[in-house]
Design a protein. Structure first.
Length: 767
């Protein structure tokens, strides 16, 4: 084996590997299929480029972005590593010349082509597939692999060809496959594995913990206060920064405010021409501008070492977007800041975006009828439509030019229309023209995947719920992010308090009583939102138990433990949660009925506050003062919820009813579980597989050693409920074999449901 450090220096002009890079590279060189989930800015490309240099043959890189291909092409050729691209920017004769050379390449010769970058659409070309079939392949790398997943909003249908492409190539030769992305939830990762038919592979998830980035959330809803805070951050923080806004209008507003206050500030959004955008970006990169205000279209290839802060002026749409944008700071490893200036009410903006991005089926069909209104069935004549989105929204009755744009994107994706963009057109024409490329059809013959559209909308709302939990629920922001991205390595070294997010910083201050506000305003909003969901159904003690994770028969009997908000305030003491609710009662946001068990409900005041968040903000001081006096020093629980104690109590009462003894190996697993070890940790400690440990936990539940609540802390409650529904409707409670149940679940689109969750569902159903 060649010396990898020597190749790193001689071929890539780098002195040393980053942590884990060498291990990833070795996995590929050892011909192991490899999944790499690493954030932007950590040289993911090196993990397939260096093996491509070492291995004897051609490395094919499948990438969805032409600009990214061009960037890699230039960098590799600059390093004297021959690289070519085949995509829509290359003429047919140039493509043939590249493929002819590859077919006659002897890789023992000097300077052969080592890398070929292709767009996924190239796999639709029979000519390309035939030409590539006889070439010596050393590696196939799939960059931006999240695009292969049905859960990704920009899913590329051509990515579906990759599985068959790999299968056909592997009939003639053997080579490893790599899939790389910085953006993948648990569902997306599982989908990548399934769609590539990977069985025996290595997974690397690392570097999601940017230790020197301080993560801060400042809850501000009033525009004047938000602008003032933005200016204050800029003035107090050295270096440069990026301010992300959710709309072009907001970008222009913030840019104008900062400019009028003497800040050297640039602007970047989709309404600017390509030349102007490039000029603004260059001025930021060469530090003519201290700050640039932009939409999320800015920053993909930004590598500026002195970015000290990234401000999200509005609520980000997802954790993936938020953290990828925050990563643009800290490139020089010095302390930087990621600041979110948003309020709980900002979630309504994101809900507006989701509703306009994923229009209803009826709206799409109505707009289709509007576009084809002049034609009979079977006609279309390649008609071109030259109208603004605004004009079409009025004429069609859709009423929103944003929604019109979303509908046109959907129709284009399914080959019904095409759009041609020209940035030199008159202002107001976002698209030069729309062409009808398909004959008029009955609604039943319009080939749009409606189920997928519904899935995407549900996924968008799921991601919104996750960003709400990250930014507004009381917990360590850094820990939440690492758990979201499943970065077990970094989680293992994270202290109970990260000390680098506003929650952990404020928690330390609270312990010394050094702050005026005990909790963020969003915690009050969160409590009200929970009570709204369960309006006029329960009394105060039930809400306290529900929010603080109290194991009570009423909670489980009413299936409240299956609610997504169960135990969201688990770190706070019951006395403190009671003070929160009583404070809201005192201020008139809640009302309590009379009787032995007086239920709690929302008042008209809260309904008004829901629309005008400033009402809650104006009364924050009174609320904070009340809970400070009411709760005293009983803010946080003295320790984590006493899971072990509860388990033992349950065990003692239930063991009497259980016949037979349980072996020591199960009890050893139970002891580790009671110490708050995760399944993966128990498996490592016991040197067993996770499947074995999961079987132990099922057995412990069935023999009364674990409770329902215990099981539902390690299995996704909504997934378990979904499995029970499927079993009841499709299997008539016949649960002897798991595989048919799993196949049905996958067929229905619930890829993320695990065998363990199926076992839990069966155990709960039969107990």
């Amino acid at each position: 084996m060649q010396n990898l450090n020597k190749i790193l220096k001689e071929s890539f002009w780098l002195e040393s590997f980053l942590e884990w890079q060498e291990e990833i590279i070795q996995s590929v060189i050892d011909s192991k299929d490899t999944l790499v989930f690493i954030p932007t800015g950590w040289w993911k490309s090196l993990t397939y480029q260096l093996p491509g240099v070492v291995l004897p043959g051609l490395t094919i890189v499948i990438s969805p972005l032409i600009s990214l291909m061009k960037d890699q092409l230039d960098k590799l050729n600059e390093l004297k590593i021959r690289t070519e691209i085949i995509n829509s920017t290359i003429s047919g004769s140039e493509q043939k010349q590249i493929l002819d050379e590859l077919n006659f390449t002897d890789y023992s010769e000097q300077n052969p082509i080592k890398f070929l970058y292709i767009a996924p659409e190239r796999l639709n070309s029979r000519e390309f597939l035939e030409a590539i079939s006889n070439i010596k392949i050393s590696l196939v790398a799939i960059d931006e692999a999240h695009c292969i997943s049905q859960w990704w909003h920009d899913f590329r249908p051509s990515y579906m060809k990759i599985k068959n492409f790999l299968t056909d190539l592997k009939k003639r030769q053997n080579f490893p496959v790599m899939a790389l992305t910085a953006t993948a939830t648990k569902k997306v990762r599982a989908d990548i594995v399934d769609r590539l038919w990977l069985v025996d592979y290595n997974v690397f998830t690392k570097w999601f913990d940017r230790k020197n980035i301080i993560l801060l959330v400042k809850e501000i809803s009033k525009k004047e206060e938000k602008l003032a805070k933005t200016l204050e951050i800029i003035e107090k923080t050295p270096g440069s920064g990026i301010i992300y806004c959710s709309s072009i209008k907001m970008v222009e507003e913030v840019h104008e405010f900062l400019k009028s206050n003497g800040v050297d500030v640039g602007i970047y959004n989709g309404s600017l021409g390509a030349t102007l955008r490039e000029n603004e970006q260059n001025k930021f990169m060469n530090s003519t501008y201290k700050v640039i205000v932009a939409t999320n279209a800015f920053g993909m290839w930004i590598d500026k070492s002195d970015i000290r802060f990234v401000i999200h002026y509005n609520l980000p749409g997802s954790i993936e977007n938020y953290y990828q944008e925050v990563w643009r700071a800290w490139r020089d490893w010095l302390r930087s800041y990621g600041v979110v200036l948003a309020s709980f009410g900002d979630t309504k903006i994101q809900e507006f975006f989701i509703e306009n991005t994923y229009p209803a089926k009826s709206e799409i069909l109505d707009f289709y009828d509007y576009l084809f209104k002049e034609f009979k069935l079977g006609e279309w004549k390649w008609t071109q439509i030259l109208k603004t989105y605004y004009q079409m929204s009025k004429e069609s009755g859709i009423g929103s030019d944003m929604r019109v744009g979303s509908i046109l994107k959907i129709l284009e994706k399914y080959g019904i229309v095409s759009r041609w963009v020209d940035e030199k057109t008159d202002e107001g024409f976002r698209w030069k023209w729309i062409t009808l490329v398909q004959e008029k059809r009955k609604h039943s013959g319009i080939l749009v995947d409606w189920q997928r559209q519904d899935l995407l909308k549900k996924e968008a709302y799921f991601k919104l719920e996750q960003i709400k939990k990250l930014l507004f629920y009381p917990s360590c922001r850094r820990r939440f992010i690492l758990e979201y991205f499943q970065d077990e390595e970094d989680l293992a070294t994270l202290w109970e308090s990260c000390r680098t997010c506003d929650y952990c910083i404020d928690k330390l201050k609270l312990e010394s009583r050094d702050v005026e506000s005990i909790v963020n305003l969003s915690v009050f909003g969160l409590v009200l939102e929970v009570i709204k969901k369960l309006d006029n159904k329960f009394w105060i003690m039930i809400f306290i138990q529900f929010l603080s994770w109290a194991e009570d028969k009423k909670i489980t009997n009413w299936r409240l433990d299956e609610d997504e908000n169960f135990w969201i305030l688990k770190e706070y003491s019951p006395q403190f949660i009671q003070a929160l609710i009583e404070g809201l009662l005192t201020q008139g946001y809640l009302a309590k009925a009379s009787g032995l068990y007086p239920v709690i409900g929302l008042t008209d005041k809260w309904n008004i506050a829901l629309r005008r968040e400033i009402i809650l903000k104006n009364e924050e001081k009174e609320l904070q003062s009340f809970i400070t006096l009411r709760s005293g020093s009983n803010i946080f629980k003295k320790s984590k919820p006493a899971k072990a104690t509860k388990s033992k109590k349950t065990t003692s009462s239930k063991t009497k009813k259980t016949s037979g003894k349980i072996s020591d190996t199960y009890l050893e697993t139970l002891e580790l579980f009671d110490k708050w070890n995760k399944i993966s940790e128990i498996a490592n400690l016991r040197e067993m597989t996770t499947n074995t440990i999961e079987s132990h936990l099922i057995k412990l539940f069935e023999t009364g050693k674990l409770t329902t609540v215990d099981l539902l802390k390690i299995a996704n409650t909504s997934n378990v409920t979904k499995v029970q529904e499927i079993i009841k409707s499709d299997f008539a409670d016949n649960t002897d074999k798991l595989r048919p149940i799993k196949d049905k679940i996958v067929e229905l689109g619930f890829w993320e449901i695990t065998y363990f969750e199926i076992k839990v569902a069966i155990s709960l159903q039969t107990k």
